[in-house]
Design a protein around this ligand. Structure first.
Ligand code: ZN
Length: 458
């Protein structure tokens, strides 16, 4: 049964009394640890103290060691690490579905860039990001990596929501809603970094150069240098379409990965989104430099950008996480449908059902995503000493009955609507499918008000 009722601690007679912790979650049908071996614990339990997982194991073991100030019996449920969305533009949920069914270049230049020039304000970013945080948290995503304008507002929204986030200020070589004079990009970047931290260890700043097409070599070099000095993540869209690669070759005489490598951009604190069009040499360079990739299959499919060489990238040892991209090109932030689509599309494209396994996809959505955000050893797994970022799936439903393989279920059968409870940093932020940290109906009303202006102008 999926009903949540108090669990009972069960100390060993005559043994050490159980340690009191903030949360004891026991009797889950399965705890999917997503550890290095992707192991699953039947009849599992976890103990949370503060922001940290202090106990992970069988219910019998954990109940003998811990007593919770708050306890839940999770019979009929599966516990998994919170999912990690490694690429998106959260504020763009205000543009959800705008300009569907166009190729990337036309969609950007005819629809998105003009809409951004007219409508993107601090208020747009604040409410759009709040809406996205609600969608992500209710759908089991506990960390997201973002890149947009007025990113201070995205940080404020993420802080209010309780989600974990890496927030990248967008940088381009042409006027943007928050930087009309592109020559002052470094000042804008530094002002954003000075505005951090907003007082939360869950939030980290980042800088996001839009793409090689939108950022010249000097901009890329300078922004990467600021990132290195500050010890933060550098983000960029890379080789999303074949025509983008041709443009880069035409302008710089070399393919995009070589171009970034010559500029000294690629290292383990660089995250490249999409990376659809790569040759063998580029894959080897990405692996050798330790650069991270965000694979955005649904966005790549919707914009007909192509199929990224994910099996080759995994085989070469390139670090990969999953991302949804912005709502306008997906058109949701659902990592469950993303996992399902990633596994199936690579199988279909290769005509090989073993091309991309459910375990490989779940690894990308959890510990793989954690690694590309430099959160390894902290999030993306249920392990003692790691952050308590957890989701609980209600298994007591027709489409999840019966269950032989919990990893297969999570990737191919479960959906965002099956998420019942979510903890981030040890804090319960979604309970019985309801967001506890934000006023969902008020935020939807504010977004509808903003959308009314966008619809009126188009
Ligand atoms: Zn993007």
């Amino acid at each position: 049964m999926s009903d949540i009722s108090p669990a009972r601690s069960n100390p060993e007679p005559g043994g050490t009394p159980p340690r009191e912790v903030d949360w004891l979650l026991a009797d889950a049908d399965w705890v999917l640890t997503c550890d290095a071996a992707m192991s699953a614990i039947p009849s599992g339990a976890v103990a949370i103290e503060g922001d940290t997982l202090v106990g992970v194991g069988s219910s019998r073991d954990i109940r003998s060691r811990f007593r919770g100030r708050n306890e839940m019996c999770l019979k009929g449920c599966l516990v998994a690490p919170g999912l990690i969305n490694t690429h998106g533009h959260a504020a763009m949920s205000c543009f959800r579905g705008l300009g569907s069914d166009l190729p990337l270049e036309r969609w950007l230049t005819e629809v998105i860039f003009p809409a951004e020039a007219s409508h993107v304000t601090p208020e747009f970013v604040h409410y759009g990001t709040l809406l996205s945080c609600i969608e992500m948290l209710k759908g089991g995503t506990t960390t997201f990596c973002d890149g947009y304008f007025f990113e201070e507002e995205a940080a404020r929204a993420a802080q209010e929501s309780g989600i974990r986030a890496v927030l990248g200020q967008g940088i381009l070589d042409f006027p943007t809603p928050d930087q009309p004079d592109p020559s002052r990009f470094a000042e804008r970047a530094e002002a954003f970094l000075r505005s951090f931290p907003p007082g939360e260890s869950r939030l980290q700043p980042s800088l996001f150069c839009h793409s090689i097409s939108a950022c010249g070599p000097e901009t890329l070099r300078r922004v990467k240098s600021i990132c290195r000095e500050s010890g933060i993540l550098f983000q960029i869209h890379l080789s999303e379409t074949a025509s983008e690669v041709e443009q880069v070759i035409g302008r710089y005489g070399t393919r995009p990965v070589h171009h970034l490598d010559r500029l000294g951009i690629l290292d383990d604190r660089t995250l490249c989104a999409h990376a659809v069009w790569l040759d063998r040499e580029e894959i080897d360079i990405l692996a050798a430099r330790g650069a991270g990739l965000s694979h955005n299959e649904e966005s790549n499919m919707k914009l007909a950008s192509g199929i990224a060489p994910v099996p080759e990238l995994i085989g070469a040892g390139v670090r990969i996480g999953l991302g949804t991209d912005g709502c306008a090109s997906n058109n949701d932030l659902d990592l469950f449908s993303e996992m399902d689509m990633v596994a199936k599309s690579h199988k279909a494209f290769r005509k090989d059902p073993m091309a991309c396994s459910a375990a490989a996809v779940l690894r990308m959505a959890t510990r793989g995503g954690s690694a590309v955000l430099s959160h390894q050893g902290m999030t993306g797994g249920i392990e003692e000493g790691w952050k308590a970022d957890l989701i609980v799936i209600d298994l007591d439903q027709p489409h999840l009955t019966p269950l032989y393989d919990p990893i297969s279920h999570l990737v191919y059968a479960a959906g965002a609507g099956d998420v019942r409870h979510v903890w981030v940093d040890g804090r319960l932020v979604v309970s019985n499918g309801t967001i506890l940290t934000l006023d969902e109906s008020r935020i939807m009303k504010e977004v509808l008000r903003i959308a009314g202006k966008i619809a009126g102008a188009s």
